[in-house]
Design a protein around this ligand. Structure first.
Ligand SMILES: [Zn+2]
Length: 163
């Protein structure tokens, strides 16, 4: 079984999650980690991507985790809380505030001018929120209130706090 030691102290760690870990992948993206996830990838694809892109593979599969030459973490729990508790301590401190990556597509979020999104978000949101970010890849818009607070609250519920 491959166990990753603490990864380099940079937020540029790149992750790859297997098909069993979709929910974890979305959380890792929200926390700002570059996390590739596509449920259509098979074991061979995953191993190839981990090698060619230098990604740390997160997997529930013993055999895959033990593949020669792969940097991999065998994720022990099938529950999100257990998965986060195992994986987060292995990673550099998240730099997600105020926004991480797009949970839908892993694209980078970019803070955008409030006025530029007025026509694209519900009026109530535009009136009550100050900070907006746009996914450069898929165009999804995020605002701090619903997104970041949601993440913080859920991490707290899980007994996890962000540094
Ligand atoms: Zn996106």
């Amino acid at each position: 079984m491959a166990e990753a030691s603490r990864v380099e102290p940079t937020n540029e760690v790149r992750l790859l999650a297997d098909a069993m870990l979709g929910r974890l992948a979305r959380w890792l993206r929200a926390l700002g980690y570059d996390t590739l996830y596509d449920s259509r990838l098979n074991d061979r694809d995953l191993a190839r991507l981990a090698r060619t892109e230098g990604r740390l593979l997160l997997t529930r599969d013993h055999q895959l985790a033990g593949s020669m030459g792969l940097r991999a973490v065998l994720v022990q729990s099938d529950r999100l809380v257990g998965q986060l508790s195992q994986v987060l301590p292995l990673l550099p401190t998240p730099l997600a505030a105020p926004f991480g990556r797009c949970v839908a597509c892993n694209g980078r979020l970019e803070e955008v001018d409030r006025d530029s999104v007025q026509a694209r978000v519900p009026e109530y949101i535009w009136e009550t929120q100050q900070d907006f970010a746009l996914c450069r890849q898929c165009g999804r818009i995020y605002w701090r209130g619903s997104h970041w607070e949601h993440i913080r609250r859920h991490l707290a519920d899980l007994g996890l706090t962000l540094p």
